[in-house]
Design a protein around this ligand. Structure first.
Ligand code: NAD
Length: 257
């Protein structure tokens, strides 16, 4: 699979799944744009490492995905966006009646509204280029629910709805839009949930990993960021040209239960 000549913009890609997808896109030949809101030396170093190892052009562009205008500015600054991967996401674990308003607003903004803004900015570029791929990183929690994650689950269900609408609006064009639904992938986002889950369930770390996190993942194994990247690259391949408006679960069987 060669993505040479394509530019992939991956939101929230200085860590975890987004960084894994950036690496796989670059290994497939795409120029990549990394993003986060941090703008640290380390962020720019990640782009330099990808460029040095794969030979593609890799850039880092700072933009805060909680701000609509930043989302659109990221796409404009990229200058080209053949492949848009909406990946930026945060989590907060709390019962609904104790869920902080600001956490609700931030999760809806970063995990859902950002994908609306980037897609709105990217579709005209894809149309001009005559080709485009939108890959939204949803979640098994876009298809099912768990307690204590109301905002995240609402946002991820919303991302899948946005994916379907994007696919229908581009159905007659060489543009597709799909969502990847990961189960648990051991990334900093998941690591950060472990203390809250320990508190909520009164368990130690190993019990939370085995009995809470992987309880619903029949494979009893975490998925990897490389697997997410490989799935995203597949969705950009010619074999996937008629796959649009759907979800691909990479969840060790979670949603088969
Ligand atoms: P992570 O914490 O490692 O990465 C999150 C990324 O989002 C980081 O690059 C961070 O910089 C970026 N980000 C956060 N707030 C931002 C903002 N305001 N502006 C710009 N960037 C911002 O987490 P991850 O596990 O790699 O998660 C990536 C995506 O995958 C998320 O959408 C998450 O919901 C989804 N997901 C993860 C899992 C999992 O098990 N890890 C499962 C299903 C879905």
């Amino acid at each position: 699979m060669s993505l040479t000549g394509k530019t992939a913009v991956i939101t929230g890609s200085n860590s975890g799944i987004g960084l894994g997808i950036a690496w796989e896109m670059a290994r497939a030949g795409a120029d990549v744009v990394l993003n986060s809101f941090t703008n640290s030396d380390g962020d720019h170093k990640l782009a330099a490492e990808i460029a040095a190892e794969t030979g593609v052009t890799a850039r880092y562009i700072q933009a805060d995905m909680s701000m609509g205008q930043d989302c659109r500015a990221l796409i404009e600054a990229a200058g080209a966006c053949d492949i848009l991967v909406n990946n930026a996401g945060i989590q907060h674990v709390s019962p609904i009646d104790e869920f902080p308003n600001d956490k609700w607003d931030a999760i809806i903004a970063i995990n859902l509204s950002s994908a609306f803004h980037t897609t709105a900015a990217a579709l005209p570029m894809m149309r001009n280029a005559g080709w485009g791929r939108v890959v939204n990183i949803a979640s098994a929690h876009g298809l099912t629910a768990s307690p204590f994650k109301s905002a995240y689950i609402a946002a991820k269900h919303g991302v899948i709805g946005l994916t379907k609408t994007t696919a229908l609006e581009t159905a007659e064009e060489p543009i597709t839009a799909n969502a990847i639904c990961p189960g648990y992938v051991l990334t900093p986002l998941v690591e950060a949930q472990i203390p809250d889950q320990m508190k909520a369930h009164g368990m130690d770390r190993d019990q939370v990993v085995r009995d809470v996190m992987l309880a619903r993942q029949p494979s009893k194994d975490f998925a990897t960021v490389e697997q997410m990247g490989g799935t995203a690259v597949f969705l950009c391949s010619d074999a996937a040209a008629q796959i649009t408006g759907t979800t691909i679960s990479v969840d060790g069987g979670w949603t088969a239960l």
